[in-house]
Write a protein that binds this ligand. Structure first.
Ligand code: SF4
Length: 65
């Protein structure tokens, strides 16, 4: 099992809160484009990704189980 991280790229405004809460999963590149470093996470590593989803001001992130 585990979860899958998805981004709605049309919504993402590059605020970077996701990167701050889970830098092992999210990274903004030099142009402010969001990169997903790890799209599949085991259950025991999903807390910080869940925090990132809550913090995103434009609700661009989702986790799928
Ligand atoms: S917090 Fe949301 S808007 Fe900001 S970079 Fe992450 S996904 Fe994009």
């Amino acid at each position: 099992m585990g979860i899958r991280v998805e981004v709605e790229r049309d919504r993402c405004e590059g605020y970077g809160f996701c990167e701050q809460s889970a830098p092992e999963v999210f990274r903004l590149d030099d142009e402010g484009e969001l990169e997903i470093l790890q799209a599949e996470l085991p259950d025991d590593q999903c807390d910080r990704a869940e925090a990132a989803v809550r913090l995103c001001p434009v609700a661009a992130l989702r986790l799928k189980r």
